[in-house]
Ligand binder design. Structure first.
Ligand SMILES: NC(=O)c1ccc[n+]([C@@H]2O[C@H](COP(=O)([O-])OP(=O)(O)OC[C@H]3O[C@@H](n4cnc5c(N)ncnc54)[C@H](OP(=O)(O)O)[C@@H]3O)[C@@H](O)[C@H]2O)c1
Length: 268
């Protein structure tokens, strides 16, 4: 990763912040993009104190104009990036009947449309250099529907498909651009505060630092996908079952009760 330019959205909190520190420790130059100005200053300060090269960009990923303003600024200052990590995400945690149009638009714009807008901004540079890596932070909730997560799951299923189609596209066009999709179960970052798991030996709440370390390792090794914990790799097998059986297993594992006591970081 030495001197590679790594752009991380949502880079000042949770796994974004931990990944930034880890990529920096591997010698990468870090570009942090986030809505949180104070968090950007604090994260940049702590990374620079360890000798990292860091640039910060305040940007509201729910606003297309702000995204394109920001990506133009990044291209003016850095010309290109090597790794784009579409990590920023939000969760409303509301039942579908409570969701306002605004809630749905917020979730879809940050968790899905922003991915497209950043890819549209940086892919031409990657194609020109025939080099690059696009990392999509989806979720285990992007592989199996979950009660109480309708808007979130819709956005995460969508970016899962975005990654898979991008991979096929790059292969077809013989482009040397890598993709990695990451689908973790819940992580103790605060985003999903209050969620519960029924069988923690099968579906543990993941540790923030370990999760970030596994993602960084997967990117360095150019792994195409990373699911956590291991049982998430079985979801495609569950999907081969008749629907009532698949739904029974998901209910038995407590998947649809995980959100019962959701508090979250804040409502979007
Ligand atoms: N945590 C989990 O259990 C879990 C599980 C599976 C997948 N994931 C996915 O992993 C990714 C990171 O999750 P996390 O838990 O690390 O989240 P997090 O700690 O809440 O961090 C998300 C970051 O994105 C920023 N952000 C939110 N809205 C934004 C906007 N409109 N424009 C720019 N930045 C914005 C947040 O800023 P503010 O704090 O200022 O809003 C925050 O810094 C997300 O895509 C999430 O869906 C998380």
């Amino acid at each position: 990763m030495k001197e590679k330019k790594v752009l991380i959205t949502g880079g000042v909190s949770g796994i974004g912040r931990s990944m930034a520190a880890l990529f920096a420790s591997h010698g990468a130059e870090i570009l942090l993009l986030d809505i949180n100005a104070k968090g950007l200053d604090e994260t940049a300060f702590s990374l620079k104190a360890k000798g990292a090269a860091v640039s910060t960009y305040q940007c509201d990923l729910s606003n297309s104009e702000d995204i394109y303003r920001c990506t133009e600024l990044i291209k003016n200052e850095h010309k290109f990036i090597d790794v784009l990590i579409n990590n920023a995400g939000v969760v409303s945690g509301k039942n579908v009947s409570e969701l306002t149009d605004q809630d749905i638009e917020m979730t879809i714009s940050i968790n899905l449309l922003a991915h497209f807008r950043l890819i549209k901004s940086f892919l031409p540079g990657m194609i020109e250099r025939n080099s690059g890596h696009i990392v999509t932070i989806s979720s285990a909730g992007g592989m199996i529907g979950t009660a109480g997560l309708v808007d979130y799951a819709a956005s995460k299923f969508a970016v899962f498909g975005l990654d898979e189609s991008l991979r096929a596209d790059f292969h077809k066009k013989k482009l040397n651009i890598n993709t990695t999709v990451v689908c973790p179960f819940y992580i103790n970052t605060g985003m999903f505060d209050g969620v519960k798991t029924r069988f923690s030996f099968l579906l543990p709440i993941l540790d923030l630092e370990k999760t970030a370390a596994r993602i960084v390792k997967a990117v360095i090794k150019k792994k195409k996908r990373l699911y956590m914990p291991w049982i998430v790799y079985l979801i495609p097998v569950f999907r081969l079952m008749p629907v009532p059986m698949m739904d029974f297993f998901a209910r038995f594992l407590g998947v649809h009760d995980t959100m019962n006591e959701f508090k979250g970081r804040k409502n979007v």
